[in-house]
Design a protein around this ligand. Structure first.
Ligand SMILES: Cc1cc2nc3c(=O)[nH]c(=O)nc-3n(C[C@H](O)[C@H](O)[C@H](O)COP(=O)(O)OP(=O)(O)OC[C@H]3O[C@@H](n4cnc5c(N)ncnc54)[C@H](O)[C@@H]3O)c2cc1C
Length: 397
């Protein structure tokens, strides 16, 4: 599809494509090889080297409109390219959860908070995690979050247990954005606050790393973390007491859309792999791609990608022109549509590959995990469907 993108965006698209062709695809398996060859939790030299190259080529922090000068609509095709190799977004400092955390700091941080945390994050020197979900409560309803943030003189004291804090297994992770209650008696949506917690503060303990379908997602990982009487300066509070919900809504909008943009790339790549494989593999006297079932898979996948991409682009356009709040229904729609679409296409591609599809020789198994987990992370499908239904019904009341 050839949108009327600006010259600058088209130049960036070509530049990113060239970078992917020269540095990312040829190293796709080297990433896994390096992780499997030594300490799995050591930052990868391969990625660190590529980050320097990307920075030198100004392919850096493209996700942040205020820095890149790109709208969401212009960023979409770039994120799609990055999505085609699951680890590549970090090379361009465009990976979750840092992007969402940087957006929070950019939008809501004080000058001091920006200097201490945003700057090194934007430079790719440190990493961060977002600690909202708790093992003991149904966290898809964020009003359930019950960790506590209590004022004590010039400090806040934090208590609680979080899990699924993505990135907290990374040795470079220095910061957690922690969500908890500052006032249990306030109206429901004003009870929560967010606060910046250095990962090396006393009382912060990574209790264990969680596996995703048996994979550890090293070197970033997903952690269960206990916060026991963690004392942080009162200046670490973001925006103000009771504003946590507001920040969560602001943070999750952009993050959800970026995931969906990358997943379009994942789905596109899964389809390409399906076509390549079935065009050259023969069974029962013909190429697999000559079989009707496979042809239907190919056709259905193409239609589904095109539909989902258009919805993502419409959402990006609305975010740019009317703001995230107005685009709330569309954000919910793509978050429900895109991971399911990608999961279905990846599953077909796996089937078309036979046993090879679930092996380490193809990225499909990892793609599937990414798509499947995104039906939970950043809100489960059902919660997004509820948002859409509510907004639809409102129109008729
Ligand atoms: C790989 C991965 C990475 C993650 N990264 C992070 C992270 O970095 N930081 C963080 O804080 N969290 C993270 N999460 C957590 C994720 O956001 C939560 O798992 C998710 O919000 C659901 O919360 P829960 O697990 O408590 O499920 P629950 O709230 O217990 O919900 C369970 C199920 O109930 C159903 N349900 C819930 N509400 C409704 C409804 N209204 N209607 C119908 N059905 C409903 C859904 O099917 C849902 O899946 C991550 C999760 C995964 C799997």
């Amino acid at each position: 599809m050839n949108f009327d993108y600006s010259t600058k965006t088209r130049e960036l698209q070509s530049k990113l494509q060239a970078f992917m062709d020269t540095h990312i695809y040829p190293n796709e398996t080297a990433f896994t090889d390096e992780i499997n060859s030594g300490d799995r939790w050591k930052p990868l030299q391969l990625v660190e080297d590529l980050k320097e190259r990307a920075k030198a080529e100004n392919l850096w922090n493209l996700f942040l409109p205020e820095i890149s000068g790109l709208t969401n609509l212009e960023y979409a095709p770039l994120a799609e390219m990055m999505g085609r190799v699951v680890w590549s977004a970090e090379v361009f400092n465009c990976s979750a959860p840092d992007t969402g955390n940087m957006e929070v700091l950019w939008k809501y941080g004080t000058d001091e908070q920006k200097e201490e945390w945003l700057k090194p994050l934007l430079d790719g020197e440190i990493r961060s995690c977002f600690a909202m979900t708790e093992p003991d409560v149904a966290s898809s309803d964020a009003t359930n979050i019950c960790a506590s943030i209590v004022k004590d003189g010039d400090k806040y004291v934090l208590k609680g247990r979080k899990w699924w804090s993505t990135g907290a297994g990374d040795v470079r992770c220095r910061l957690a954005i922690f969500m908890g209650k500052t006032d249990e008696d306030a109206p429901k949506h004003l009870q929560q606050s967010m606060i910046l917690v250095p990962m090396n503060a006393d009382g912060v303990k990574v209790e264990r790393l969680l596996n995703v379908f048996g994979f550890d997602d090293a070197p970033n990982g997903h952690a269960e973390i206990s916060f026991t009487d963690v004392r942080v300066p009162k200046e670490n509070l973001l925006l103000g007491e009771g504003r946590g919900f507001e920040i969560a809504q602001g943070r999750l909008g952009g993050g959800r859309v970026h995931h969906c943009m990358r997943l379009i790339g994942v789905a596109e790549r899964a389809l390409e792999l399906m076509i390549e494989r079935t065009n050259r593999r023969r069974a029962f006297g013909k190429n697999l791609s000559e079989m009707q079932t496979v042809r239907n898979w190919i056709a259905e996948s193409r239609m589904e990608i095109e539909q989902a991409r258009l919805l993502v682009l419409k959402t990006a356009y609305l975010m740019d022109t009317t703001g995230n709040k107005q685009a709330r229904s569309e954000i919910a729609m793509i978050k429900a549509v895109v991971p399911q679409m990608a999961q279905k296409i990846i599953d077909r591609s796996i089937q078309a590959h036979g046993g090879a599809g679930v092996s380490q020789d193809f990225p499909l198994a990892q793609f599937w995990i990414y798509a499947r987990t995104l039906r939970l992370a950043d809100g489960p499908d059902e919660v997004h469907l509820e948002t859409i239904a509510k907004n639809e019904l409102k129109k008729w009341m």
